[in-house]
Design a protein around this ligand. Sequence first.
Ligand SMILES: NC(=O)c1ccc[n+]([C@@H]2O[C@H](COP(=O)([O-])OP(=O)(O)OC[C@H]3O[C@@H](n4cnc5c(N)ncnc54)[C@H](O)[C@@H]3O)[C@@H](O)[C@H]2O)c1
Length: 159
Amino acid sequence: MRLLITGGAGFIGSAVVRLAIARGHEVINLDALTYAACLENVASVAQSPLYTFVHADIRDRAALDRVFAAHTPDAVLHLAAESHVDRSIDGPGTFVETNITGTYNLLEAARGYWQAQGRPESFRFQHISTDEVYGSLPADPMVKFTEDTPYDPRSPYSA
Ligand SMILES: NC(=O)c1ccc[n+]([C@@H]2O[C@H](COP(=O)([O-])OP(=O)(O)OC[C@H]3O[C@@H](n4cnc5c(N)ncnc54)[C@H](O)[C@@H]3O)[C@@H](O)[C@H]2O)c1
C-alpha cells in the first residue's frame, strides 16, 4: 500500500514509518518539523526507494491538496499533533490550530481526494489519538477504558 503518514518524524510516527517500510509499504512522511520532530528517528529508512519525505504543515490546506494529488495514497495514518500536556496548559492555541483545525483540514483534503478517485471502498483514514480523552484510570489494573467510556479530558491537549 501507499501510506500517507503525518507526523512521521515524531516519537510514535517515526516508529510507524519504520514498521510500514519494513513491511514493504510505500510511505510519504508529511511533517512540519516542529520542535518535537527528530528526523534521525527515520534515518534508517531515509534512503529507501519506498520512502518520501514532504515538509508540510497540516494547517495548510492547499499544501495537503497538493500532496494527495501528487502522491495518490491508498490510506492515511494521521499522527501529526501537538502532544505535550504541559505545553497545552501553557499555550493551548497551537493545540487548537494543529490538533483540531489541522485534523479537519486533513479530513477535508482526504475527502476531496477520495471523491475525485471515485470513492474507493478500500481507502482508509486512521486518526491516532490518545486514551487521555477518557481522563484518568483508577489504580486498579482490572479497570480499563472501552470504546463506550465517556470522554473526560483533563487538559487542553486531551480535550
Ligand atoms: N507519545 C505517547 O506516549 C502517546 C500516547 C498516546 C497517544 N499518542 C498520540 O500519538 C500521536 C503522535 O504522538 P507522538 O508522541 O509521536 O508526538 P510527537 O510530539 O513526538 O510528534 C508529533 C509530530 O507531529 C509533527 N507536527 C506537529 N504539528 C504539525 C503540523 N501542524 N503539521 C505537520 N506536522 C506536525 C511534529 O513535527 C512531530 O514530528 C498524537 O496524536 C498523540 O496524541 C502519543
